[in-house]
Design a protein around this ligand. Structure first.
Ligand code: HEC
Length: 114
């Protein structure tokens, strides 16, 4: 039963890795804004106003205090979920133009801080 004993330890390290590598306060707002702009996010989003998608301020307010907020947005930004547009059509949500998880998490921290 070695595996059973190991499992909690593995889970704890995964959670620690995911949570601790990007403390909530340590994000680079300029880099995040630049990557969001470069990725075309601001065509549909603004920090404070609703456009095709919700304002990042609203997303931050909705997810405030939720333990899985970062994970939820990471999934949203990496798995191309279908989203409904104002005209009723559906399309795959776009992703950030980077392959670096740290850059994606930086944008998530920035969004959650609005
Ligand atoms: C074609 C328009 C469009 C583009 C481009 C777009 N989004 Fe969105 N986004 C949406 C819509 C519409 C929703 C609402 C989805 C829903 O509520 O089902 C959304 C939702 C979101 C949410 C909220 C997710 C949640 O679970 O609350 C975030 C954060 C977000 N987008 C970030 C981004 C980022 C970062 C980019 C750039 C990589 C981006 N979006 C590009 C239309 C867009």
């Amino acid at each position: 039963m070695r595996n059973k004993a190991l499992l909690p330890a593995v889970l704890v390290s995964v959670v620690a890795l995911f949570g601790a590598s990007t403390p909530a306060s340590a994000f680079d707002a300029d880099a995040a804004a630049a990557l969001a702009k470069k990725s075309g996010c601001m065509k549909c989003h603004s920090l404070t106003a609703k456009k095709e998608g919700p304002a990042f301020k609203k997303t931050a307010a909705d997810l405030k205090g939720k333990a899985d907020a970062e994970k939820k947005l990471f999934t949203h930004l990496t798995t191309k979920p279908k989203v409904k547009l104002e005209d009723g059509s559906e399309e795959e949500h776009s992703t950030l133009k980077t392959k670096d998880d740290a850059e994606i998490k930086n944008v998530i921290q920035w969004i959650l801080a609005q």
